[in-house]
Design a protein around this ligand. Structure first.
Ligand SMILES: *Cc1c(COP(=O)(O)O)cnc(C)c1O
Length: 474
């Protein structure tokens, strides 16, 4: 395809996109394909000669959309949302066309400066004090890795970056069992080791027990280990649990530990001032991660990290070979110093488009609605015969079980979830909570309406009734 055909195919893609968005709710939410179905329909090797764009586009339409799970479907209640507001889609298109590498100020001045300003707009939107500065990373996983590497190096007095971690005292990182698996991955990748990620017990609200944290740190010191940092959970992925941020940070401060707050999902809700009690005390953190690519509506990938002081992370991550020196520009920001990859996408543009096309008040109201509708759904499900709520709404996430008489609730819930997702009208996922299989229900898709949530409750009731009559017949 030549450059002068670009307009034709981009227009065709935009038309396809508009039709897709207009009709996505008629599709089953979760892909109804079997493993291997799609691969079996693709040639085993690449073509030697060019094929017409027409054929390529046709094949896309035939093969791909039916093989996808539809994250922009208004009845997507699984995992956490992966929202892409149309304004952010348009921004992504423009970014795709300029196709710049945004590693240095000089390689992309507008991208760098928009990133600085958008991170600051978002800082204000979340009500964070102005000593925080921000950077846009790809994902929460790599951001948490950056933070854990920084904890390690700070504890080791930056000996690790110079000589490696062999022979150093083990660095200990503390987190509750409700933190995301990316913390475990970070402990592995940072050379800390799974064994030195200390799981601190939680109380009856699934929040880290600050006294248990204090005790664990003291025990580790006595054993000659090196306490490095704490990962604080705000809105955990399993059931939405949160630590008591202020109390945990107080313990961390007393013990000179680095604090990283994982608010990857729940952070988006902090645009609503009335919800900020959830992370009361967060201003004491060293590092905070929030994914606007989840609930807020910025197309993936768009992950914000806020740092009280960027120097420790820069000292851990920044390397500057001669070919990357920016001649004559000593006081510019080169964001590759702040993260792991050198190459960086222009991620700030979609935030700029999103924030301006919606305004904060519209984004807040969407989140408020999601939370109100989730509460309504949780109440309706707990009123259904044979259902029980397992964990209450944490923002817009709750969990429940189907517990008909004479069947193990975990097994019955698993069976019901399969039936629900094969039906296709809604999509839910599961978690293991206190050793039991439970169904997760989160409301957060950008264009979700109250009627979608009410329909979900009807679908659950209807399919549970038919599945328990099936069970009785057996
Ligand atoms: C989704 C999630 C992550 C991981 O996010 P990625 O950006 O996909 O790496 C980490 N922590 C929490 C609490 C999450 O919900």
């Amino acid at each position: 395809m030549k450059r002068d055909e670009y307009y034709h195919w981009a227009e065709r893609a935009a038309r396809w996109g508009a039709d897709y968005l207009a009709s996505v709710e008629q599709r089953p939410v979760r892909a109804q394909t079997k493993p291997g179905d799609i691969a079996a329909r693709l040639p085993g090797s690449p073509p030697d000669d060019p094929e017409p764009m027409e054929t390529i586009f046709d094949d896309f339409e035939q093969l791909v959309p039916d093989g996808m799970t539809h994250w922009q479907h208004p009845r997507f209640f699984a995992y956490f949302p992966g929202n892409a507001a149309p304004a952010s889609m348009v921004a992504e298109h423009l970014v795709t066309v300029m196709a710049a590498q945004c590693m240095l100020w000089q390689t992309s001045p507008a991208a760098t400066e928009l990133e600085t300003v958008m991170a600051d707009w978002m800082r204000q939107a979340f009500g964070l004090p102005d000593h925080f500065c921000g950077v846009i990373q790809d994902t929460a996983t790599t951001t948490t890795l950056c933070a854990v590497l920084t904890m390690r190096e700070r504890a080791l007095g930056w000996r690790g970056v110079e000589s490696g971690v062999a022979g150093t005292r083990p660095v200990r990182v503390y987190a509750s069992p409700q933190t995301h698996s990316s913390v475990l991955k970070a402990a592995r990748l940072a050379g800390i080791g799974e064994r030195h990620l200390v799981t601190v017990p939680t109380d009856e609200t699934w929040s880290m027990d600050p006294r248990a944290l204090e005790q664990a740190i003291a025990d580790d010191r006595a054993a000659g280990l090196l306490p490095g940092g704490v990962v604080v959970c705000v809105g955990g992925t399993s059931i939405g649990a949160s630590d008591r941020v202020r109390e945990v940070i107080e313990v961390a401060r007393r013990n000179d530990l680095y604090v990283h707050v994982d608010a990857a999902w729940a952070g988006s809700a902090m645009v609503c001032p009335e919800l900020r009690a959830l992370w009361d005390g967060v201003e004491g953190a060293d590092s905070i991660v929030i994914n606007p690519h989840k609930w807020l509506g910025a197309q993936f990938d768009c992950c914000l990290q806020f740092l009280a002081d960027p120097k420790p992370q820069l000292r851990t991550l920044s390397v500057r070979p001669g070919y990357l020196r920016t001649l004559g520009e000593s006081d510019v920001t080169d964001y590759n110093d702040w993260g792991i990859p050198l190459g960086r996408r222009f991620r700030a543009l979609k935030l700029w488009f999103l924030l301006r096309a919606h305004g904060l008040e519209d984004l807040r109201n969407r989140i408020r609605n999601h939370i109100a509708w989730a509460q309504e759904a949780a109440a309706a499900i707990s009123d259904l015969e044979d259902f029980r709520l397992i964990t209450p709404c944490h923002l817009s996430l709750f969990t429940f079980q189907f517990a008909p008489q004479g069947v193990a609730p975990g097994a019955a819930s698993e069976r019901l979830l399969q039936i629900i997702n094969d039906d296709g009208r809604i999509y839910l996922t599961q978690t293991h909570h206190e050793g039991e299989f439970v169904i997760r229900f989160q409301v957060g898709q950008f264009d979700c309406r109250r009627e979608d949530v009410l329909l979900a409750v009807d679908v659950i009731r209807e399919l549970a009734e038919s599945s328990s009559s099936l069970a009785r017949e057996v």
